[in-house]
Design a protein around this ligand. Structure first.
Ligand SMILES: CC(C)(COP(=O)(O)OP(=O)(O)OC[C@H]1O[C@@H](n2cnc3c(N)ncnc32)[C@H](O)[C@@H]1OP(=O)(O)O)[C@@H](O)C(=O)NCCC(=O)NCCS
Length: 143
């Protein structure tokens, strides 16, 4: 008899880049024992800034969390992997889509999608005002 397939493994996104891996610790749990949503949001904000920083090449600020969905709870000790892609480059803003997957520390390779989000970052000048960004060759069209 062939072995059972792993329980509902989520496919990892082929169109996104792995930008961060992190392991939540006991200090990050809520009263129910799951990882506090605000902690996950902070990690997504950090992970989400990485590709926009590559384009903006300077100071950035998060201007909007356009969408944020907690699809599954996150447990202490799971490994979280953050995948990102730029979905839009505007005049001064860069929007990214993020997907977060968890896997057990001691049983790696079976992934569950736990969060998906869309965030927008703005390139800033030295006065903290929006600054025009260069569109990279081959990147998403300015719209
Ligand atoms: C970022 C900031 C400088 C933008 O200033 P602003 O006067 O709102 O600038 P604009 O209205 O010109 O918007 C700048 C860009 O953000 C985009 N933007 C603004 N609000 C947005 C929203 N809700 N969703 C998506 N994009 C948004 C605009 O479309 C524009 O993009 P574009 O130039 O590519 O077309 C200002 O809002 C700010 O300092 N915010 C605080 C940032 C911060 O502290 N972040 C950390 C939060 S804890």
């Amino acid at each position: 008899m062939s072995p059972l397939p792993p329980p509902n493994p989520s496919e990892l996104p082929a169109d996104k880049e792995l930008v961060l891996k992190v392991i939540p610790m006991p200090a990050d749990v809520n009263q129910a024992g799951d990882i506090f949503g605000g902690w996950v949001m902070a990690q997504v904000d950090l992970a989400g800034s990485i590709l926009p920083a590559r384009v903006a090449r300077g100071r950035l600020a998060t201007v909007a969390v356009n969408e944020f969905v907690f699809k599954q709870p996150v447990r202490v000790g799971d490994i979280l992997s953050f995948f990102s892609k730029i979905s839009r480059i505007g005049r001064t803003s860069i929007t990214v889509e993020i997907e977060v997957y968890s896997e057990h520390f001691a049983d790696q390779g079976i992934y569950r999608k736990v969060t998906e989000a869309r965030l927008t970052y703005v390139a800033l000048d030295e006065n903290g005002q929006p600054r025009t960004v260069e569109r990279p060759a081959g990147g998403p069209a300015r719209s």
